[in-house]
Design a protein. Sequence first.
Length: 61
Amino acid sequence: MENKNFKKTIDLNVIIPKFLNSLNSIILNKVNQKLKFLNFYFKKLQTESVANRNRNYDIMF
């Protein structure tokens, strides 16, 4: 009987880190996607603001 319980704890010791590891990779993947999107978005904003500034200079001269 004790042996059975011991085996169960070992299984949990294997399962829990695997589960946490997969959860961690999923979360990191989502965060990475969001960061890539934000990076793209801010680059787009930056280029648009530069284009607007150049247009304003054209109007001035």
